[in-house]
Design a protein around this ligand. Structure first.
Ligand code: ATP
Ligand code: MG
Length: 648
């Protein structure tokens, strides 16, 4: 965005929650949000001290709320708790115990419901199983599973015994499993004989077999029977989950662990480079995910909540497993693809289970738009009361479509900005308190102090692009990159002194709303103007013929950076020079002449990570006509890259 036009264009439209939503919301007004926020940042220790007492169950109180020595934070120092107990046991003996904790739906249509009481039995048994396999506090367990109840049970059982899980997304290859298992030296791999995806079997066990021959630390592979197909089991190493569970006791006493004891390691998506092994600990992380679930999703016990993220991503950790169960809500999990057997599968699930809160990613929303409204109109979505978005900036066009077509115009949308590293939601609007601006994530959550800096570490003026930083520690923050202190410091703490740099470009408008404009490496410098890739993409997607767009820079002697756009068109729209010209002019009109694309390339599909994020770093090389030597292990479909290279 050119500096001249930026502030007017970013003021954005305002969409307020309905009076009915407001009335029942946990935070009902902007004044209330402002008061709580002010409390949380003027005296963070007092604020978190009170919240941790109210929202979590502790075995031993902490001595110090925060110990901060940059770049290392310790929260609730000296306190002890059991994370699993907070998510499961504490609901027992309350009216919640007999309500559904998990409602699982498999891709073929099979279903399973576990009440909190039943979940407790499963988790206790699996905790006993893990201990019988010699797993001790601090040992690492890799979980490579389809989205089933057993996957959640495995995470919780690991937490229960103080082990450290690393969930590896079920779409990853043997090579990716091997890298991750070896990086964290996992002792056990929990997997399944397979999982269903778009009607086919994902050969999970086969991938594990191939991987673990190169993983000397793995002593056992535990295999859930999901498909019932034949898989090769190595005697002495491989054991069936159901056999072990059959013999396991359902009694398990949970020990208390230090607030700072490691809970999990999770590798980032790899949008910007080699994945980083992000380490999270127990008390602070559970605090952050519990409080954000409660306030951001306005989550109540009575809600049936569905987040479509796989547990292989941070969203699946924080907002499928931990934050949601610790609040005692009902959680829907779905194994398969959104378009199996048909493109209305998600809406069918929402209708049948009467889902009240739905949380998904912009990439999915854009796919639904492309597939057409008629598939949605077939279903009764009146149970929905709140929608969420995460993973990438959501362009206003998609936001408005989501609001109208899925939310029936009555559901607030929370656009949640956060990262694997932050553990939980950082910037968003509290749904009953604040109006939304389509395309802006919104305002800081309690205790979060974001700022927009220039290269020299000064705050930029409102409306100007800069780098998004976080200037004070928060409970859910990462405690490091596993086994790599140097990379931790370099990646997050070396851009500015004493300040966490998140890698995203951003601006704040005069209402205080934050707008993520893309990864900082992707912000373009065009003839001296800083232009965010997300802004140009959003303009392109705002054109009726465009399904998706990715924008990158190509070094240009005259302009510094030329604007290159990769565009996929909606079904029925033909690629032509006329469309190209129209799109160029359209961007010129929406943003300003300076942002007019120098080149528009049509593509069948865009290269994405397995979590659905566009990998602009690859497109940059393609635009510049370079060979690709980067890490592509988290890419969804390598063929897409080959196609684009051939077209170039
Ligand atoms: P890597 O760090 O390995 O490159 P990644 O950054 O894609 O991977 P994640 O931690 O899954 O891995 O993603 C966090 C990033 O996703 C944020 O830094 C931001 O760029 C983007 N993001 C997430 N939510 C939003 C949102 N609501 N609006 C804008 N961007 C978002
Ligand atoms: Mg990142």
């Amino acid at each position: 965005m050119s500096d001249k036009t930026s502030s007017s264009a970013t003021d954005g439209e305002r969409v307020s929650p309905s009076p009915e939503f407001r009335k029942q919301a946990t935070v009902k007004s902007m004044a209330e949000y402002k008061r709580l926020y002010a409390e949380s940042v003027t005296n963070p220790e007092k604020f978190w001290n009170a919240q941790a007492k109210e929202l979590l169950q502790w075995r031993k109180p902490w001595k110090k709320t925060l110990e901060w020595k940059e770049p290392q934070a310790k929260w609730f120092v000296g306190g002890k708790l059991n994370v699993c107990e907070n998510c499961v046991d504490r609901h027992l003996g309350t009216p919640r115990e007999n309500k559904a904790a998990l409602i699982f739906e498999g891709e073929p249509g099979d279903q399973q419901t576990l009440t909190y009481k039943q979940l407790h039995v499963e988790v206790c048994k699996f905790a006993n199983v893990l201990e019988s396999l010699g797993v001790k506090k601090g040992d690492r367990i890799a979980i490579y599973m389809p989205m089933t109840c057993e996957a959640v049970v495995a995470m919780l059982a690991s937490a229960r015994i103080g082990a450290v899980h690393t969930v590896i997304f079920g779409g990853f290859s043997s090579e990716s499993i091997k890298d991750r298992v070896n990086d964290c030296q996992a002792k056990i791999v929990v997997t399944a004989d397979g999982g269903w995806r778009r009607g086919s079997v994902v050969p999970l066990k086969q991938n594990v077999n191939k991987a673990v021959t190169g993983c000397p630390t793995v002593t056992n592979v535990v295999v859930v029977k999901r498909i019932g197909n034949r898989v090769s089991m190595k005697p002495g190493r491989d054991v069936w989950y159901h056999t072990l569970m059959h013999d396991a006791s359902h009694k398990h006493t949970a020990k208390a662990f230090d607030a700072e004891s490691p809970l999990f390691i999770l590798y980032t998506s790899g949008s910007t480079g080699k994945p980083k092994g992000v380490l999270h600990t127990s008390g602070g992380y559970l605090m952050h995910t519990t409080i954000t679930s409660k306030y951001v999703f306005d989550l109540k016990e009575s809600d049936t909540y569905w987040c479509t993220a796989d547990i292989g991503w941070i969203t699946g950790h924080s907002y499928v497993t931990y934050g949601i169960l610790s609040n005692g809500a009902t959680n829907v999990i779905y194994e398969g693809a959104p378009n199996f057997p048909d493109v209305d599968r998600f809406w069918d699930i929402v209708e049948r289970h009467r889902v009240t809160i739905f949380y998904t990613a912009p990439t999915a929303i854009r796919a639904f738009m492309k597939w057409g409204d008629k598939h949605i109109k077939k279903h009764d979505l009146s149970s929905l009361r709140l929608l969420g978005s995460v993973g990438e900036p959501i362009n206003p066009e998609a936001w408005k479509w989501y609001h109208k077509t899925i939310g029936g115009g009555r559901c607030p949308i929370v656009d949640t900005w956060w990262q694997t590293e932050t553990g939980g939601i950082m910037i968003t609007t509290l749904p009953g308190a604040a109006y939304s601006k389509p395309g802006s994530a919104g305002l800081p959550f309690f205790g979060v102090v974001p700022k927009v800096f220039d290269d020299d570490g000064n705050e930029v003026r409102k409306g100007k692009n800069g780098k998004l930083v976080l200037t004070s520690p928060w409970p859910g923050m990462l405690r490091g990159l596993y086994g790599d202190k140097k990379r931790y410091k370099e990646t997050y703490w070396s851009e500015y002194k004493g300040v966490y740099f998140c890698g995203d470009g951003c601006k704040q408008d005069k209402d205080g709303y934050f707008w993520i404009v893309g990864r900082i490496d992707d912000v373009l410098n065009v003839s001296g103007h800083r232009i965010g890739t997300a802004e140009v993409e959003s303009a392109l997607v705002g054109h009726s013929g465009v399904a998706e767009a990715a924008v990158v820079g190509r070094p240009d002697e005259l302009k510094g950076s030329a604007v290159v756009c990769f565009v996929t068109l909606k079904e029925g729209v033909r690629q032509s020079d006329a469309v190209r010209t129209e799109l160029r002019n359209h961007v010129g009109e929406v943003i300003g002449a300076v942002a007019k694309p120098d080149e528009i390339r049509f593509a069948q599909a865009l290269p994405k990570t397995r979590s659905g994020k566009i990998m602009r770093r690859l497109l940059k090389d393609i635009a510049a006509g370079k060979e690709i030597h980067q890490d592509t292990t988290t890419l969804e479909d390598i063929k897409v890259v080959k196609q684009l290279q051939e077209q170039g």
